[in-house]
Design a protein around this ligand. Sequence first.
Ligand SMILES: Cc1cc2nc3c(=O)[nH]c(=O)nc-3n(C[C@H](O)[C@H](O)[C@H](O)COP(=O)(O)OP(=O)(O)OC[C@H]3O[C@@H](n4cnc5c(N)ncnc54)[C@H](O)[C@@H]3O)c2cc1C
Length: 537
Amino acid sequence: MDIFKHKVSRRAALAGGVALTAAGFSTAKVLELSADPTGEKDCAPLISPGTGESAGIEFGALPPSAADLDWAQQAGFISDASCLNRTPVYGIVRIQSEEDVRQALLFARQQGLKIAPAGVRHSMGGQAFAPNALILDMRSFNRIELDEPNKLITVQSGATWHEIQNLLHPRYAVKAMQSTDIFTVGGSIAVNAHGMDHQVGAIAQTIRSMRVMMADGSVRTLSRTADPELFRLVVGGYGLFGIILDAVLEVTENVIYQTGRRVVSYEDFPALFRDELAANKKLGLMYGHLSTAPQSLLRELLLYTYEEQDVPDAVIPPLGEVSSVKLRRFVLNFSKTGSLPMRLKWFAEKNIEPRLESCSVTRNQAMKDGEGCLVSRNEPMHDSVPYLRNNLRGETDILHEYFIPRANFVAFVDGLRQIVQEEKVNLLNASVRVVHQEDNFLNYAPVDVFSVVLYINQITDSAGDEKMRRVTGQLIDLTIQMGGRFFLPYQLHYTAEQLEQSYPEIRVFFAAKQQYDPELRLTNTFYEKYAPSFASA
Ligand SMILES: Cc1cc2nc3c(=O)[nH]c(=O)nc-3n(C[C@H](O)[C@H](O)[C@H](O)COP(=O)(O)OP(=O)(O)OC[C@H]3O[C@@H](n4cnc5c(N)ncnc54)[C@H](O)[C@@H]3O)c2cc1C
């Protein structure tokens, strides 16, 4: 997601503060909407049916072989970035080595437990855990080695893009990743993540090889040529075929971009892309934001471009963390409160932010006239989105993503607008990305598409949940009608029929899982919910 991707200077914070004071907005409200989170958000009691009880294991009452594992938690609950999926687990073990993974698998087999690998749990439908399963917390399994001459990294699957960028900067940059840097490599391969670099494509395109531990403890090395069938299943396979241990990924130069932005009509975007943008091979990163303001809802599109420049004397500063976190968080949360604040957010994005943009790259010589704003590739990709986390009770923000064949983009956006208006959806952000055809097995883009990423505010009571379920169902039906597919790391508010209509290969996917993991040791909430509908008679 590309919310507030562009960096804003300190002057922006000041200007925002002055504007709010002038508007007489109460200080208490400002503090509430901008407050840092006090911990992981938990929106219980909305617990999936049948998962309301803890696994009932007493701390310290585990079998002796449990002593070989590094327990982060025994029994208790786990949830994910949606805050809506509180689920009881057998326990969570910290993984620091390949041997830790093997021991955890052995323990699970001995105890007859299911097992699930988890990254930073930013999937939003329990894809990184399952009721009463043993969870592998992969985050400490994060060694990274750079092979500079070949522009490759060998990275353990718990490393995050943020950690990788800190190692690569200033010379190199990640080639394919999400639009923010918080995710683990394992979690990213398991969904075949994609981001702002449409030329490269999704992460699958940058994997030279990867090592995967199967449920029986054996290790296989996969690539497009070695074990290609399993490679295609593991990429976008949601951890159901094996635990990804490490991967060899291509990296690229940390080139300099000139930033650009322009407002276009959503109706003109497909032709603009076809006739102008697609041919420009210097366009390294690109995405659009559709208006979420009532007067131009999903009609105006603010297009952000990053065009490569040859700047031999560029001075690239160290990578910094995102600035003005409280201001960004406030603007987002304020926009949830009504149509005027939403108009202000869109106005600010179009008219104020361009003047306040931080252009971090300078030159040894004086800048040329009209040279514009220069940044290095790592900068827009080094965003840990701390402003998306908040301390607000009784609400949460949920992602959706729909992949639409390019010829149907305009019709899809028209249908989307109708649903948003009729259902009074509190739509906070709507991004557009260019996604090329992919070739993994459970594939969200079997043809070239544009993707539409939605960030929607949800009230966390049962009415809010029911509304999100209804809206998701409608958006998925619209997507299917347009010949598109929906992204699977999000809420499980769809039927088995919708899943099969969107992914006709799902039946074969689940059958292949059974073949590679006959004891069905590896699991997650998605598998537990949908696989039974596709079990062969
Ligand atoms: C704010 C936000 C922004 C997002 N932006 C984007 C975006 O720009 N582009 C995009 O493509 N997606 C995006 N996503 C979705 C995101 O890419 C996925 O949810 C991704 O899986 C998150 O990585 P993670 O480390 O949190 O994985 P988790 O949520 O922890 O796990 C996801 C899946 O990966 C499996 N898994 C984790 N580690 C391993 C391993 N070592 N071996 C095998 N399987 C494993 C888990 O079992 C689970 O099925 C976004 C999500 C959020 C919440």
